[in-house]
Design a protein around this ligand. Structure first.
Ligand code: NAP
Ligand code: 8YV
Length: 321
């Protein structure tokens, strides 16, 4: 029996390529010189797609030449790179890679929070520049006595909260719904939480529903001692409003892992000494990226073995027929 044909939209990790090459006939879209004629010839045979949040968006126009597509397996827990409305309309299942990255992303978030407050990268640069030989590094802000508000207390938000418990700080959260199984303070409005807190950690999904959730009003409410940590998606924060707030002292500082137009980062942020900027690395260890890659492959393998998808997204639920 011939193997199912799978399309990979952009290069992925060896763990994914090796597993898919073994189980399927794998086509590499990025290697095709004439993409249109490749898709018109091979497209009708494609039954699965492997794609990634970093490269290779799965927009509506890529569904068109794949009339027999059954499943899109996306690398990353966030799936704002896949047009799930189009997938649902066509009866295509979309899967993501939840849970296997919770601890890694939460660890990095705490690191970014401490790095931002205690100016760890700035202190490292200070030493390397030979400035310590002339004077001690200036005293920094602190995590002590702070109240931390988590915007999006989901799988990763909860892992962040558990770590924060060990740091003896007050923990609050905002989301569209109160969660009965947690003891953290719930704020039904984001402005209300920003007013009450002096750290906001953003860890919601991206996409239209959360676009510019963190705007000029929220930053004003956070206040001049306030720190914003964004490990969600660049689109969740109004980047221009953030730049203004950082320039004017409306908030104290920010630690960012994600940006509106990645990998391009506004020069105004790069020029600021009081922000910490990371290149979207929250899940970026070999251990965790391998686990995510394995789940991309396992979703496709399970589907074509007739076992159903392992981690379908809510917009394309799987019901066994
Ligand atoms: P999750 O379990 O689905 O949690 C998402 C949380 O966001 C939920 O608690 C949800 O609560 C809240 N939320 C959704 N829409 C909201 C809105 N409009 N306003 C306020 N809260 C809202 O997702 P997860 O697995 O924790 O992942 C979260 C996101 O983190 C991903 O989608 C991805 O974008 C990002 N991420 C980034 C990195 C990185 O490398 N920087 C790595 C992993 C994940 P309610 O439903 O109650 O509103
Ligand atoms: C990865 C992420 O950086 O899972 C997500 O939503 O943003 C990160 O884990 C990304 O998926 C890499 O493609």
């Amino acid at each position: 029996m011939s193997k199912p044909e799978i399309l990979m939209t952009a290069p992925m990790m060896p763990v994914v390529i090796e597993a898919l090459d073994k189980a399927f006939t794998l086509h590499r879209l990025w290697e095709q010189a004439d993409r249109a004629s490749f898709l018109s010839e091979v497209g009708p045979r494609i039954r699965g797609v492997a794609t990634s949040t970093l490269f290779g968006r799965m927009d509506a126009n890529l569904f068109e030449p794949l009339p027999n597509l059954e499943i899109v397996s996306s690398f990353g827990v966030g799936y704002d790179n896949v047009d799930v409305t189009e997938a649902a309309k066509r009866g295509v299942i979309v899967t993501n890679t939840p849970d296997v990255l919770n601890d890694e992303v939460a660890d990095l978030t705490l690191g970014l929070l401490l790095a931002t407050l205690r100016k760890i990268p700035q202190a490292d640069r200070y030493l390397r520049d030979g400035k310590w030989l002339k004077a001690s590094f200036p005293l920094s802000a602190t995590l002590r006595t702070r109240k931390v508000g988590i915007v999006g207390l989901g799988r990763i938000g909860k892992a962040i909260a558990r770590r924060l418990e060990g740091f003896d700080v007050s923990i609050a959260y905002h989301g569209r719904t109160r969660q009965e199984d947690v003891s953290y303070t719930y704020y039904p409005t984001l402005i209300g939480m920003a007013e009450a807190c002096d750290v906001l950690i953003v860890i919601t999904p991206g996409g239209a529903g959360t676009r510019h959730l963190i705007n000029a009003d929220v930053l004003k409410a956070l206040g001049p001692n306030g720190v914003l940590i964004n490990v969600a998606r660049g689109s969740v924060v109004d980047e221009q409003a953030l730049i203004e707030a950082l320039k004017s002292g409306t908030i104290l500082s920010a630690g960012l892992d994600v940006y509106d137009d990645e990998p391009r980062v506004p020069q105004e942020l790069i020029d600021m000494e009081h922000v910490v900027l990371l290149p979207h690395i929250a899940s970026g260890s070999v251990h965790t990226r391998n686990a995510m890659g394995q789940l991309v492959a396992d979703n496709l393998i399970a589907w074509f073995e007739g076992k159903g998808p392992l981690t379908p997204v809510t917009e394309t639920p799987y019901t066994k027929t």
